[in-house]
Design a protein around this ligand. Structure first.
Ligand code: ADP
Length: 417
């Protein structure tokens, strides 16, 4: 190996050593929302406090700069290194679209030249220390995903984006085969444009029979990360070049991105991150998960009257929507109405019937919610779990204490559709 090549390899390795994980966002076909998902995942990771970068390796049609509203900017160069553009807090961005002098300039690189430029996107960019680098690949399984997967080596994980219509097609299968052949671990599948959020009532309507992504994931034995609804505000934000999760951070769809990111943070792929930086993730409650079940029997044995409550929350306070909350406060109390402990747990991605099963498996005896659909109430009743709806108040501990004292204010079930 020539000395020059050796130096280049060392340079690349030094860069990779500072990046904890990378996620190649892939799709079988164009138009499934891959770039939209990649940008919003990267932003959600960054909003959670992870040091995040996004690399757009779509050399012929980069769309990340447009989605982030930075098409007018160009990356800088310092001491032969590209300096990524930092936007929306701290997210670092590199794209061919930020290097070219005009968007209209045709890029005609092929094969080896393309691989070389992709290598430089890692090797010659001042990424610094990153927890996660999201890579937006062009659709399909061509040169770019292959090159970047090879360059990233062990640090590479794939996230496959599909839509309900394309889920059972050869294109998606090809994507999975591509990952398998490269021994590229699949962090999970995301079903985009799954269901429709009605702009008038905000209700989710299942127009293309969603759920195929989950079946696909099951069939191939890979994780299902969640689904993103078809949301007119995503189109609006794309057209306005304003990244969706940043500007619609309180919306149901943004919450879906958040839930997916929670799963990614908890996943095998970020195991290292979880081990080292547990305290950094603001709302991640994964670290508490095991202690609940470990302690359950001990606490239960402490005497009669032990109760385990679950309260749906958003940012630590009671959330009106049971099925779409951010986390559940799981609160244990003794027979004298004292709180023994409180932990927050992130629920699995929303799917009919999943929460009653999940909560009863955790040994919850009583759920106190603002609103809950009648189906969920029925399922809880079948599992022998008591349900209080219409609860008013803010902090879960106070709500449980009031319930036990008989002073909890309740009103109408706020979400009985
Ligand atoms: P790809 O990268 O797969 O080619 P894009 O991310 O460019 O796809 O998205 C294609 C179009 O679909 C864009 O107009 C985008 O705004 C829209 N889109 C993507 N995801 C959604 C969604 N969940 N709801 C509504 N429109 C979406």
């Amino acid at each position: 190996m020539s000395l020059e090549r050796q130096n280049e390899d060392t340079l690349l390795q030094n860069k990779l050593d500072k990046i904890k994980q990378t996620y190649l966002v892939l799709s079988g076909k164009g138009g499934v929302g891959k770039s939209t998902v990649a940008v919003n995942l990267a932003l959600s990771l960054s909003l959670k406090g992870l040091r995040t970068g996004i690399l757009d390796v779509d050399i012929h049609g980069p769309s990340v700069p447009k989605l982030l509203g930075i098409t007018q900017l160009k990356v800088g160069v310092h001491e032969e290194e590209i300096i990524p553009i930092e936007v929306y807090g701290k997210i670092k961005v590199v794209s061919m679209g930020l290097l070219l002098s005009g968007n209209e300039q045709a890029v005609i690189w092929r094969g080896p030249l393309k691989a070389n430029v992709i290598r430089q996107f890692i090797q010659n960019v001042a990424w610094g220390e990153l927890d996660a680098l999201v890579v937006d690949c062009p659709p399909g399984t061509g040169d770019e995903p292959l090159s970047i997967a090879q360059i990233l080596g062990k640090k590479a994980n794939a996230i496959i984006v599909t839509t309900p219509q394309l889920v059972a097609t050869i294109d998606v299968e090809k994507c999975i085969t591509f990952c398998r052949q490269l021994e590229l671990p699949i962090a999970g599948i995301i079903e985009n444009m799954s269901g429709f959020i009605c702009p008038h009532c905000g209700k989710e309507v299942d127009i293309f029979s969603s759920g195929g992504g989950q079946n696909l994931a099951r069939a191939y034995g890979v994780p299902f990360l969640g689904s993103i609804p078809l949301d007119p505000d995503i189109v609006k934000s794309g057209d306005a070049e304003t990244p969706y999760v940043y500007f619609y951070s309180k919306s149901k769809t943004a919450q879906r991105f958040d839930e997916i990111v929670e799963l990614i943070i908890k996943s095998e792929s970020l195991k290292e991150y979880n081990k080292e930086d547990q305290g950094v993730i603001p709302s991640a409650s994964a670290t508490n998960e095991k202690t609940v079940d470990k302690d359950y029997n001990n606490l239960k044995e402490k005497g009669d009257g032990f109760m385990r409550f679950a309260v749906p929350t958003y940012q630590g306070k009671l959330c009106a929507h049971f099925g779409h909350c951010e986390a559940f406060a799981i609160i244990d109390t003794d027979g004298e109405g004292r709180i023994l402990k409180e932990v927050f747990e992130t629920p699995p991605p929303h799917e009919p019937g999943i929460l009653p099963r999940w909560l009863s498996e955790k040994g919850v005896n009583c759920v106190i919610a603002g609103g809950m659909g009648s189906r969920a109430q029925q399922l809880f009743a079948q599992q022998g779990v008591k349900v209080i709806t219409g609860a008013q108040g803010e902090y879960p501990k106070e709500i449980v204490e009031q319930y036990l004292k008989g002073t909890l204010q309740t009103g109408a079930n706020t979400c009985d559709h």
